[in-house]
Design a protein around this ligand. Structure first.
Ligand code: NDP
Ligand code: ZN
Length: 352
């Protein structure tokens, strides 16, 4: 069967011919429909993050998938069920406490592998297998957009953690600042905009389609070259929530400044090492004296996938069509890997 993979040092994905996987009892064989591409895939392709399974010389890419069950074996699923797979699986040493509790998303990096990212093949192949516990049901009517369950679930988890950190007092976020106008930032603007005054920070000119999308959602674009994160509170207004999706390490510190008292910053970016100077005293004092919080969040679990699949039905009309700018068929899959795309792209392997 055909698969899209990356070999170490190659710098670009290529089409591979690999054996079709055989499901074990308790696993389902899934025919792949669509697989999304995000900033993490570009980091894996660049060799900055993740890598092939132990002992292997290539990695099948793809961690944002939707497919249809063609062989349920003993799983209890049915032939024709539409499913989205979660990303994390036990490491080669076997299941650990995080997997036993059903909280794989809370495992530290050494206690998990991630399909399509680090240590396990992903879903960019005509078929894949998965144990049933890692497959979330998608209503057939949402199959077309089911590949977005994974990226949206990442935001569902981060927002849940942010809310949980503020749960001991009356906290009703009315304002939010999303850092980053890439695929994760844009979908989070769409999630927050109906109930919240949203600002979204990027560093591109206003002629960019991402800015049109931000404004079409009723949010305000902030150009970080004119208004750095630390000035947003003065130029616009202090915000109850900051959601960081740039991977720009300074933002982890700067995000605290525009927060209103009692606010929380959720960090999602995965930066490389970078040493820089900060006023640690001012940072520490602001957090304490204003009851502010910072929370880091990675990956997501089945409950977040469930919330994401519900969310797919609540976006404003036309948003998904504007957000997903490329669904490339397999014979021109390269179009889904444009590193300059600020919107969402995907590869289509098959249709329902
Ligand atoms: P993208 O690369 O698509 O988006 C990042 C965006 O941030 C780009 O649009 C970029 O602008 C913008 N940006 C970067 N630096 C600045 C800056 N200094 N000022 C203003 N804008 C800036 O990535 P994704 O949206 O897919 O992911 C965002 C981050 O989240 C990445 O670091 C990724 O690794 C991480 N991630 C984390 C997950 C988790 O579970 N925690 C899951 C998925 C992703 P430009 O295009 O102009 O350079
Ligand atoms: Zn992703």
């Amino acid at each position: 069967m055909k698969a899209i993979g990356i070999e170490p040092g190659a710098g670009a994905p290529r089409l591979l011919d690999v054996p079709r996987p055989e499901p074990e009892p308790g696993e389902a064989l899934v025919r792949t429909l669509r697989v999304g591409v995000d900033g993490t895939d570009h980091e894996v392709i660049a060799g900055a993050h993740g890598g092939a399974p132990a002992g292997g010389d290539y990695l099948i890419l793809g961690h944002e998938a939707v497919g249809v069950v063609v062989d349920p074996t003993t799983t209890g699923l049915e032939h024709g069920d539409v499913v989205a797979p979660t990303v994390r699986r036990p490491p080669p040493s076997g299941p650990n406490q995080y997997f036993e509790r059903g909280e794989a998303d809370m495992a530290p990096p050494e206690a998990t592998v991630e399909r399509g990212i680090d240590g396990a093949h992903g879903f960019m192949s005509e078929y894949f297998t998965s144990a049933a516990e890692y497959l979330v049901s998608v209503p057939e009517a949402r199959a077309e957009w089911g590949f977005l369950a994974e990226p949206i679930s990442v935001s569902e988890k981060a927002l849940e953690l942010a809310h949980a950190s503020r749960s001991s007092f009356a906290w009703e976020p009315g304002t939010a600042l999303v850092l980053g106008n890439g695929s994760l930032g844009l979908v989070t603007v769409a999630m927050l905009a109906p109930d919240t005054e949203v600002y979204c920070l990027g560093r591109c000119d206003r002629s960019d389609p991402s800015v049109d999308l931000i404004e079409s959602l009723g949010a305000t674009y902030v150009d970080s070259r004119e208004t750095p994160v630390g000035s947003v509170g003065e130029v616009h207004e202090p915000v109850d929530l900051v959601y960081e999706a740039t991977g720009h390490a300074r933002h982890a510190v700067e995000a605290v400044t525009p927060l209103a008292p009692g606010g929380v910053a959720a960090l999602l970016g995965v930066p490389e090492d970078w040493e820089f100077t900060v006023d640690g005293g001012a940072f520490h004092r602001d957090l304490v004296m204003n009851n502010k919080a910072i929370v880091g969040s990675v990956n997501s679990g089945p409950s977040h996938f469930g919330a994401a699949i519900d969310r797919l039905g609540r976006f404003p009309d036309g948003f998904l069509e504007d957000y997903v700018t490329e669904v490339a068929p397999l014979d021109r899959f390269e179009a889904a890997f444009d590193p300059d795309a600020r919107s969402k792209t995907a590869v289509e392997f098959d249709t329902l």
